[in-house]
Structures are given as C-alpha cells and as structure tokens.
Design a protein around this ligand. Structure first.
Ligand code: FAD
Length: 448
C-alpha cells in the first residue's frame, strides 16, 4: 500500500451527495478525498440519471413543440424531422462537460479525487482498489458513505441493455423503437417513456398498482394521466409482469391482471424496466465494520447522518428519504457541517419533487389525501384553521421553477395569506401561485 497522511474526511462515492459534500468540506478547510469507481464524477445523476434524461427530454420536447403545439401560435414548419444521432451527441456532450466541470471544482476547492472502488476496513480506514490494479489505503478521522443506488431488478425480466433495458440503456438506444413497454409508472419511467413517445414510439406503461406515481396527490395524478393519454401514451394499470424474453429483435412480455386472471403476451421492440431503485452497498464492507442496513438495504443513520460507527456517516440515496439528487446534496452539506461542529440539518418535509414530463408536475409537502388522513382540514393544501401551508402541487409548464416559492414558504412557516399578499411580477407564471393562494386564503382568486 501507498499510505498517505491522514485525511479529515474520506468520502466514498462522487455523486451529487458525495461530490457536493467534498466541495463543501474543502470550502470549510477540511483535508478531504473523494473516492469514485465509475471513472467519472457526478454519480448516477450526471452520468446516467437526471442530466442525460433531461437533455433528451429537452430535445424531444423541442421537436414535439414544433410538430404539435406551435401551429396554434402561427409558427409552421415544412419537412420537420429530428436526428436521433444529434440528440444523443448533444446529451453526451452535456454529460461530459458537466462531469469534467466537477473535476475542475475539486481542484479549485483542494479535494483529492481518488479513482477506484473503496472498501471499509475499519472505523478510520478505506482501502481503494485503484483503476490501475493496485490498491491504496486511506486513513481518515471521518468517513462518509455516499454510494447511491442502483436499479432494482425484476424477477423474470433479464436486462440486456439492448432490447430489455434499464434507464441506463434507455438513455442510449441505437434507434427510436416502434413500440416500447415501460414497466413501472414512476417518474423515471414516465420521463423516459415521454422522450420516445414524442419521437414516434407507441409507448405502453404497465404498472402493478392501480395508479401511476402513487406518491402524487390524487386529483393531480388523474389530470396528469389524462394529459399523458391525450399525447398518445397508453396505460395498463393493475397489471403484473410475469416474464420477458427476447425473440430476435422483439421482446415477448407476459403480463396478467394483478388481482389474477387471463395471461396475455405483448410483442414489443423495447422493454424498459423501471420498477424502482435500491441502495447500492456492494463490496463496501459494511458487515466487517458493523454497520447495519434496514429491510430495504438502506444504511441506518441517526438525525446527524451518523451510522452505528461514530466516525462513519452516510448520506444520499443509500439512506432513508426521497431518492433525489437535491436531497443527497442537502444531506452532504449538512453532514459536513455537523462534522465541523456546526448545526447541519435537512427538513425532509420540504424536499420538492418534479416530474419533467409535459406538463411538468412539481410538488412539496403533503398530498390532500395525506393531510386529510392526519385529521387536518385542508384546502389546496393549507390547514383551514391556521392557514399554514402544508403542501403544494403544480402541474403545468415550468412547474419545477415555480415550486421553490412554496418550499420557501413552508420552510418559514408561511400562511397562504402571506403568499396571496406578496406582490408577484406580471405577466409571469408565478402569478398562478398567488391566485391559488388567494383562492385558499380568501375563498376567491381574482382571475379565475
Ligand atoms: P449516486 O448519484 O448514485 O452516486 C453514487 C456514486 O458512488 C456512483 O457514482 C458510484 O459509482 C459510486 N460508488 C458506489 N460504491 C462505490 C465504492 N465502493 N467506491 C467508490 N465509488 C462508489 N433526481 C433528481 O433529483 N432529479 C431528477 O431529475 C432525477 N432524474 C433521474 C433520472 C434517472 C434516469 C435516474 C436513474 C435517476 C434520477 N434521479 C433524479 C435520482 C438521482 O440520480 C439520485 O437521487 C442521485 O444521483 C443520488 O445521489 P447520490 O450521491 O446519493 O448517489
């Protein structure tokens, strides 16, 4: 081993949780190293998640706008087409630009980037299998696990990343398929399904539950599904997938009603398996150092991101909480602050989530159903007695850019009357939030 001097902090994993924590640690004056095995920084999010999916959503949306929506504005095109190769190239360039950008930020903030796979060898030791075949032992006062998540496999559906793909394969299909089945009606499946549906694929979403995106507010979900159906997406809800097998260039997918009934075989060009993600801790050596995981494989931590081993912290997708990049980032920053003796904290009740389909759906806080189940009297979604904002659901263009106003309001315990009385610029989409707040606080909006 080449043993270096002791680090204040060694972070295992260079995703949005790990790399942001590393930069924050550098900014706070810690001697920090970040171990990453995949060969580039940015984790799932930048390499095979948020960023490449949004790049394809963006370019396919531009095509769909030109094809279907701009006529009403008096803009027409003749001979409109798209070039899948250029869309893919654009996506790849965005990914490589951003991941290299993080390397630059590491240098700027004096973070050491250790390229290899890390294993815990003790409460203060990480051994790294380096990319060149050698290994290196890092000793650290504190260790942070930020190893993220991976796709949950589906029994009977063997992934080959060509015809039976995960989201990773779906981001780089060689061509736009004629037909596609998305297994799982969560946000990742709906986003990737939207990309291909816009480009001409006939997309069917097969979902075990009776609803898509089960965490969504019921009223919003029904409107959202109707809108996707209008665009041409088909839904087979309450349907169980038994198996998938390849036959030449086709996939034969066997499904049956979730409650039991006649089996059906669907022939399709591409199947996307998108039935959830699970924490990734393979080869990490958790058992050896005595760090337990829960039933879902998530590392157990206390309110300060500390595992059972006091010098080892864990953050991001690998611990409980929403599996989202911005949540991982907030975890990472808070954990570094705690390590530095400051009061780091993340309020999981105000983590927003956004589905980047068209229309976008952005939300924060409780659904109406959840609020009612808590015995609160609610209206879109504030407590009827105190008027305190409990949740917000927005469906429409740029919903993701509008939701932070509601996040901020919730963080500061604002009432809907506070929002209604705040002056919003005109004409802006944000006025819709003011109108909704007027409706909630005074029973009547001005413009509806
Ligand atoms: P990860 O990003 O998974 O990073 C963990 C890193 O650790 C990986 O790079 C891995 O190689 C490395 N690693 C693991 N074990 C070791 C080891 N032993 N040694 C060294 N390195 C190791 N979230 C959003 O907020 N918005 C979105 O729009 C969004 N879109 C998504 C779209 C898709 C298709 C997918 C798959 C995910 C999307 N997500 C989105 C989720 C988001 O990507 C994750 O929540 C986020 O990446 C979690 O960050 P993390 O740092 O915890 O883990």
């Amino acid at each position: 081993f080449a043993t270096g001097e002791e680090q204040d902090l060694v972070i295992i994993g260079g995703g949005p949780g790990g790399y942001v924590a590393a930069i924050k640690a550098g900014q706070m004056g810690l001697k920090v190293a970040c171990v990453e095995g995949r060969g580039s920084l940015g984790g799932t999010c930048l390499n095979v998640g948020c960023i490449p999916s949004k790049a394809l959503l963006n370019s396919s949306h531009a095509y769909a706008e030109a094809k279907d929506h701009m006529k009403a504005m008096g803009v027409t095109f003749t001979g409109l087409s798209y070039d899948w190769g250029t869309m893919q190239k654009g996506k790849d360039e965005t990914v490589s630009g951003l991941t290299k950008g993080i390397e630059g930020l590491f240098k700027k903030n004096k973070v050491e980037y250790v390229k290899g796979w890390g294993t815990l060898k003790g409460p203060n030791t990480v051994e790294v299998a380096l990319a060149d075949g050698s290994s290196r032992s890092l000793s650290a006062k504190n260790i942070m696990i930020a190893t993220g998540s991976e796709v949950t496999p589906l029994p009977g559906v063997p992934v080959d990343e060509e015809r039976i793909v995960t989201s990773t394969g779906a981001l780089k299909l060689k061509e736009v398929p004629g037909t596609m089945v998305v297994i799982g009606g969560g946000y990742i499946g709906l986003e990737m399904g939207s990309v291909y549906q816009r480009l001409g694929s006939k997309v069917t979403v097969v979902e075990f539950m009776d609803n898509i995106v089960p965490t969504m507010d019921g009223e919003i979900r029904r409107q959202f599904q109707r809108s996707l159906q209008k665009q041409g997406m088909t839904f087979k809800l309450g349907t169980k997938v038994n198996s998938a097998r390849r036959e030449g260039d086709k996939v034969l997918l066997e499904v049956e009603p979730a409650k039991g009934g006649a089996k059906e075989t669907i022939e399709v060009d591409v199947v996307l398996v998108s039935a959830g993600r699970r924490p990734f801790t393979e080869g990490l050596g958790l058992d050896a150092v005595g760090i337990p995981t829960d039933k879902r494989g998530r590392i157990e931590v206390d309110d300060h991101f500390r595992t059972k081993v006091p010098s080892i912290y864990a953050i991001g997708d690998v611990i409980p909480g929403p599996m989202l990049a911005h949540k991982a980032e907030e975890d990472g920053v808070a954990a570094v602050e705690i390590i530095c003796g400051k009061a780091g904290h993340v309020n999981y009740n105000t983590v927003p989530s956004i589905v980047y389909t068209h229309p976008e759906v952005a939300s924060v806080g409780l659904t109406e159903e959840e609020a009612k189940a808590k015995g609160l009297n609610v209206k879109l979604i504030a407590d009827a007695k105190t008027d305190k904002l409990l949740g917000a659901w927005i469906m429409g263009p740029n919903a993701g850019e509008l939701i932070p106003e509601c996040v901020l309001a919730m963080e500061y315990g604002a009432c809907t009357e506070d929002i209604a009385r705040s002056c919003h610029g005109h004409p802006t989409l944000s006025e819709a939030i003011k109108e909704a707040a007027l409706a909630t606080a005074f029973g009547k909006p001005i413009h509806m």
